[in-house]
Design a protein around this ligand. Structure first.
Ligand SMILES: O=C(O)CCC(=O)C(=O)O
Length: 311
């Protein structure tokens, strides 16, 4: 992998990049624009940001983390992918049910093979950022966009780690990119600061225990990630999180969640989607009469998507 370092004075947290990206790693070379020397990496985070991530399990990226063009792109790509038709064997569109029993788009997954622009951003800058936060080379595990249309439901409190156990891995980091403003009214993500060594809590009934959640509610522990389109957050798979229903009559809320594992745990993305398509497929891939509720226990943890066909 080759990275281009900035001209003098432009880099942030360069020493941290040296320490955390891991220059002993084979294959990572960085060519300096001004000197041509291949020695140092461009850091996307400064020291306080890295410390915040490690001590709280999440981080809001600086406002300029995505360029103005990248911000516009993620907004445009989201509208494109929202309109893709359902197709067996391709991208995976999942739906929730409205109170009127209508199918409402909840998420699209596995879109990267079909979208060059999104793939370049995710495989490039986002992978570098996550590698830096992890302190080792990272690789994409899965990607999704959650669309929370007006009136759509929220996500019960949960940690992501129990949904990522297919390959025995215990640590992932997710990059969240808002493609529309996320507000208290339309159901922004809410999380509890949580260090990696605080570990995984039980999920009786598929979500976090009610007594823990009540305690966090009482103590105002939840951090509400209200943000503008194009804003970026990172959080680990151990961080408890939830979101409320979209109570707006006209404003939807769409968010990318790009989840990575350490490369040393393997390139598991294809395996993940093969298994998920089998165990908890989108409607376009479902085999009539098959009960997918067992697969849903892993792949549909704490979502508003029905785990069984109703009626
Ligand atoms: O998008 C949201 O509101 C919550 C997403 C979430 O918690 C999940 O997909 O696991």
């Amino acid at each position: 992998m080759a990275l281009l370092c900035p001209a003098p004075g432009q880099g942030r947290g360069l020493l941290h990049a040296v320490r955390l990206i891991g220059f002993s790693r084979p294959g990572l070379s960085v060519r300096c624009a001004s000197t041509g020397a291949s020695t140092q990496a461009l850091s996307l985070f400064n020291e306080p940001q890295l410390e915040h991530f490690h001590s709280h399990g999440f981080l809001k990226a600086s406002g300029d983390f995505l360029t103005a063009d990248e911000r516009q792109n993620v907004i445009r790509w989201t509208a494109e992918m929202k309109d893709w038709p359902e197709q067996k064997g391709k991208w995976m569109k999942y739906f929730e049910k409205s109170p009127q029993d209508e199918r409402v788009l909840c998420r699209v997954e596995n879109f990267l093979p079909y979208h060059d622009g999104a793939r370049d951003l995710v495989r490039g800058k986002i992978t570098r950022a996550i590698s830096e936060l992890m302190g080792e080379e990272a690789i994409l595990y899965k990607e999704k966009i959650n669309f929370k249309l007006p009136g759509a439901k929220g996500f019960p409190p949960h940690q992501d780690a129990p949904a990522y156990i297919t390959f025995g891995m215990d640590y992932h980091v997710t990059c969240m990119i808002a493609a529309e403003p996320a507000t208290l009214e339309n159901g922004c993500l809410e999380l509890v600061p949580w260090k990696r060594d605080q570990g995984v809590l039980p999920h009786p009934e598929g979500s976090l225990p009610a007594d823990r959640v009540s305690e966090w509610n009482r103590n105002n522990t939840w951090v509400q990630l209200t943000c503008e389109a194009g804003d970026v957050f990172f959080f680990s798979s151990l961080v408890p999180h939830r979101s409320q229903d979209n109570r707006s009559a006209e404003r939807s809320r769409s968010i990318y969640y790009l989840t990575f594992n350490p490369l040393r745990d393997g390139d598991r993305r294809d395996g993940y989607y093969t298994d998920k398509r089998l165990q908890f497929p989108p409607d376009a891939d479902k085999v009539p009469g098959v009960d997918y509720s067992q697969g849903a226990a892993i792949y549909n943890l704490s979502t508003p998507i029905p785990s069984r066909e109703s009626g």
